[in-house]
Design a protein around this ligand. Structure first.
Ligand code: NDP
Ligand code: KPL
Length: 304
């Protein structure tokens, strides 16, 4: 007799999972998918190859690491993708998906910070699943990743798909939320308050609670973000200060991803984070002076 576990596993493994942006977080997703028995394929322009990575887990008591071998193919070779994880940095989303052809019933999991990078891409019977993770993955070398925090990850948006339980059995702390928007917005406010300030002032996250000038800016960014979100959804609690302070404390010694991008001379995700809030504010006829200022400062840093 077939159990619901068999059905879930069959649904997870019946079709390959393509991953656009198999960098740090995308490789971790590929690792859990493979552990759950799914076939995974990375998608990256260039010639087909197999990417081999070692992955170390800081929180594993025995310090055990693992290995990932991921077949990578160019977009031109994936004609009809029905299961897709998008995990590239947001500014590269359009370029990364330009030549990826989705089936009419495709499921797309958006595993990115910020908001809006896939707006307008999902049509008809295709399904978009939002994902928010508090896990953190760093690269030590080009072929070695370090999972510094294996924390809660939430997938969601509507009914739980049949494959979800089979994946959750192998992805620690993975849960499903019928309404993914509150967790997405909570993460958005954290990123909007923390990332630009740490990048502009070139400081670790903890400095935001230690320096009065940064604390004042962080407070203003949170208040402005909460004002927009409460106008978009009156049910939004608009009390994000404690949430943000908790993340700042938990990651006090860390370099935010935006600070790391600026240090590396890379384009940041500002457009999908504070830029998204500014676009929403515009439609509501609201002014967000602190967000406007930090976006301008980050754009200036990106261009130097
Ligand atoms: N790392 C983390 O701990 C966390 C990351 N996130 C979010 O996850 C997302 C991904 O971040 P992260 O994994 O750190 O980023 P990475 O830069 O490590 O990975 C992104 C990958 O996208 C690839 N890429 C870039 N352009 C293209 C393209 N045109 N086609 C296909 N692939 C492309 C890059 O390839 P190449 O290297 O060859 O250029 C890279 O491997 C971001 O939105 C980030 O904010 C969220 C929580 C935690
Ligand atoms: C939570 C935080 C701010 C941790 O640094 C992050 O998500 C990032 O750096 O992008």
């Amino acid at each position: 007799m077939q159990t619901s576990g068999d059905t879930s596993r069959h649904d997870l493994t019946a079709r390959p999972w393509h991953i656009v942006g198999a960098g740090r977080i995308g490789a971790l997703a590929a690792f859990y998918l493979q552990r759950a028995g799914a076939q995974t394929i990375g998608v990256r322009p260039g010639s087909a190859h197999t990417r081999r990575l070692s992955i170390g887990f800081d929180q594993h008591e025995d310090g055990a690491g693992s290995h990932l071998a991921l077949r990578v193919i160019p977009p031109s070779e994936c004609a009809s993708v029905s299961r897709l994880i998008v995990a590239c940095k947001t500014p590269y989303t359009d370029a990364a998906l330009a030549r990826v052809s989705l089936t009419d019933d495709a499921t797309v999991v958006r595993l990115q910070n910020g908001m809006g990078s896939l707006d307008g891409r999902i049509t008809g019977h295709q399904r978009m699943i939002g994902a928010v993770t508090a896990s953190a993955v760093m690269s030590e070398t080009h072929d070695r990743l370090r999972v510094v925090a294996e924390n809660a990850t939430i997938f969601g948006g509507g009914e739980r798909p049949a494959w979800f339980d089979a994946l959750a059995a192998h992805w620690p702390q993975l849960s499903w939320a019928r309404d993914i928007r509150p967790p997405q917005w909570r993460k958005l406010v954290v990123n909007a308050a923390l990332n630009p300030l740490t990048a502009i002032h070139d400081v670790p996250n903890g400095a935001l609670l230690e320096r009065a000038d940064l604390y004042a800016d962080m407070t203003a960014l949170i208040d402005e973000a909460d004002t927009v979100l409460a106008r978009l959804d009156p049910a939004w609690p608009a009390d994000s200060h404690a949430d943000v302070a908790a993340v700042v404390r938990a990651t006090a010694a860390n370099t935010s991803s935006m600070r790391a991008d600026i240090q590396a001379g890379a384009i940041t995700e500002i457009d999908a984070i504070n830029g998204w809030l500014l676009r929403q504010a515009e439609t509501l006829d609201l002014d967000l002076p602190t967000h406007r200022r930090v976006v301008a400062q980050i754009r200036q840093l990106e261009s130097t």
